[in-house]
Design a protein around this ligand. Structure first.
Ligand code: A8S
Length: 166
């Protein structure tokens, strides 16, 4: 069931992977951050601004991201594809921008950690993206994995800080 959200059907010119992060904070708290499509800067690194160009956070909403300087990109247009408050699933697709992540689509799911008991959350984030002409699959995956890894560790830090304070 949780695996099926992260099953990837890759075309020959695509690559993808999935990353896992355990967080020492309750699922509802972590979900309250992850579900906010209109506020990715609450935990994602590298984002300078985010404004909504369509909708206000429901499925079909579109956001315009501007990233901080120093990255090989300036902006990204992203559409919310799925948001399920019962299953704790969120998925978005990149539909434009000046970067090299063409046809990027990611799915993030949250799970209560069975081993650590209540109060711990496991986050799984997977993605599929086109390998740009002239780039290798390995480089494309390394680039995306690095950004997502930073974001997931930041999500853990922010969530754990909030859990401590509450
Ligand atoms: C996310 C995931 C990624 C975001 C990438 C991979 C991006 O925002 C950054 C640099 C780029 O070159 C591409 O969940 C893009 O946000 C930080 C602008 C899309």
């Amino acid at each position: 069931m949780m695996v099926s959200y992260h099953t990837q059907n890759l075309s020959p010119n695509q690559c993808g992977s999935s990353l896992v992060q355990t967080i020492d904070a309750p699922l509802p708290l972590v979900w309250s951050l992850v579900r906010r499509f209109d506020k990715p800067q609450a935990y994602k690194r590298f984002i300078k601004t985010c404004s909504m160009s369509n909708g206000n956070g429901g499925i079909g909403s579109v956001r315009e991201i501007h990233v901080v300087s120093g990255l090989p990109a300036g902006r990204s247009t992203e559409r919310l594809e799925a948001l399920d408050d019962d299953s704790h699933v969120i998925s978005f697709r990149i539909v434009g921008g000046d970067h090299r992540l063409e046809n990027y689509r990611s799915t993030t799911t949250l799970h209560e950690n069975a081993e650590g008991g209540r109060g711990k959350t496991v986050v799984i984030e997977s993605y599929v993206v086109d390998v740009p002409v002239g780039s290798s699959e390995e480089d494309t995956r390394l680039f995306a994995d690095t950004i997502i890894g930073c974001n997931l560790r930041s999500l853990a830090r922010v969530s754990e800080k909030m859990a401590c304070a509450s």
